[in-house]
Design a protein around this ligand. Structure first.
Ligand SMILES: [Zn+2]
Length: 410
């Protein structure tokens, strides 16, 4: 295809994507909500001395910039924004090795630029297009010394209420829970700016797969008498790992089930895996996976929170150990219920230091439903019938766990 007609095709695609997005937004926005901004195109140019990122918006975006160390990141906060360009348009280049963007919550979106070395934005401004129809955000990054970067990090303030890092917001407790109900937190892995893994064949995002499963599982569990399930997130929004744990605890969950569908380098590996927490990983696959899962907060531009020092608290230690035993019982119930029905990987119960599993008092498992890196698993993960079957098996496992391990059945 000639260069000019290729360009035309690209424009047609971008417009089509933008239009369908806008239609979706108009439906989702409702009567009183301002329509999200539309970021309809983006590009990156430059080298590792100076790199320019340009993003085109349909209207003038307000924005704020922050710097975060360990690792070096630039965070650009925006009002609610729909991103209509392809991920490839902002691929790694020059000073940036990874660029993520997406929803944080219903009112805000974020771009996180992961840098290869200390950087600052020499230019960060919004320009009107020549035709006056759109606005472009121009970000010019340049290398700075370590010291200068440290000064930038220190000097900034997060006081702008629109961009202050959110503290965990408790979701309303499941309102229909009755005293004595067995409450279960169903956690859809990833979300918003953190897309999770990408499907090998269909390029489906893990965050969509996990949300579809989480909704189906909560619905199915809620058909059981005496069980009340709720979702940690019900939309495409970002939740930090600590927020997920906190939501479960604040709602007095008796179980926490985090759903995932990650990718592996070994594309032939397929099947489900159930993880419980431990300080020491059971094997390399589990350790690598926990490392990647634990990056979620970093991807979203959250500041690295120092681990609290281990407190020598015998009671807490006892609680933790008891909780861990319950978590293992739940994992075994799940695998018992999957037997001969849902295929699993070798040694399907593994353990590692997943941060999302660290509630000291809520028995927790992380279920890898299958791997998006395997085309056969990917097909299953997108299949309604298979989803319904898995959800049935999981409900069975929860009932078995409850009747066997929970005093008074709840
Ligand atoms: Zn995941």
């Amino acid at each position: 295809m000639a260069e000019s007609s290729k360009r035309k095709m690209r424009l047609v695609y971008a417009l089509a994507a933008a239009l369908s997005l806008q239609a979706a937004i108009a439906v989702a926005a409702g009567p009183n909500k301002p329509e999200p901004l539309l970021a309809y195109a983006a590009r990156i140019v430059g080298d590792d001395a100076r790199t320019r990122v340009v993003i085109d918006f349909d209207r003038q975006p307000s924005f704020s910039v922050h710097y975060i160390a360990n690792p070096v990141r630039i965070v650009v906060d925006l009002p609610a924004t729909a991103f209509g360009f392809k991920a490839d348009d902002l691929g790694a280049r020059g000073l940036f090795k990874d660029i993520r963007y997406g929803t944080m919550d219903e009112n805000s979106a974020r771009i996180v630029l992961m840098a290869i070395k200390p950087v600052k934005l020499a230019i960060a401004k919004v320009q009107e297009d020549e035709d006056g129809k759109g606005h472009r955000l121009v970000l010019d990054a340049e290398r700075v010394s370590k010291e200068e970067f440290a000064t930038l990090v220190k000097a900034q303030s997060w006081s702008d209420p629109a961009t202050t890092p959110q503290t965990a917001s408790a979701k309303p407790a499941p309102d229909t829970a009755k005293p004595g109900d067995f409450i279960i937190a169903v956690d859809a892995g990833h979300g918003g700016i953190d897309t999770g893994a990408i499907g090998a064949d269909t390029k489906t995002e893990e965050k969509q797969v996990t949300l579809a499963f989480a909704k189906a599982l909560a619905d199915r569990l809620n058909r059981e008498a005496g069980i009340k399930a709720f979702l940690t997130r019900s939309d495409d929004e970002f939740l930090s790992l600590a927020e997920r744990v906190q939501i479960a605890r604040e709602n007095h969950a008796g179980l926490f089930i985090s759903l995932h569908a990650d990718t592996l380098k070994q594309k032939d590996i397929r099947g489900s895996t159930v993880y419980t927490i431990s300080d020491k990983a059971s094997d390399k696959l589990a350790a690598d996976l926990a490392d990647r899962e634990n990056l979620s907060d970093q991807i979203a531009g959250k500041e690295t929170v120092a681990e609290p020092p281990a407190v020598a608290d015998i009671l807490l230690d006892l609680t933790r150990r008891e909780t861990q035993a319950f978590s293992i019982s739940l994992a075994e119930s799940v695998l018992g219920s999957f037997k001969d029905q849902i295929s699993t990987i070798n040694n399907p119960h593994r353990h590692a230091g997943f941060r999302v599993l660290q509630a000291p008092d809520v028995p927790s498992i992380l279920l890898e439903l299958g791997f998006l890196s395997n085309v056969d698993d990917e097909k299953l993960l997108l299949d309604d019938k298979w989803r319904a079957k898995v959800v049935d098996r999981l409900t069975d496992a929860v009932k078995h766990y409850r009747s066997s391990f929970v005093a008074n059945g709840g």
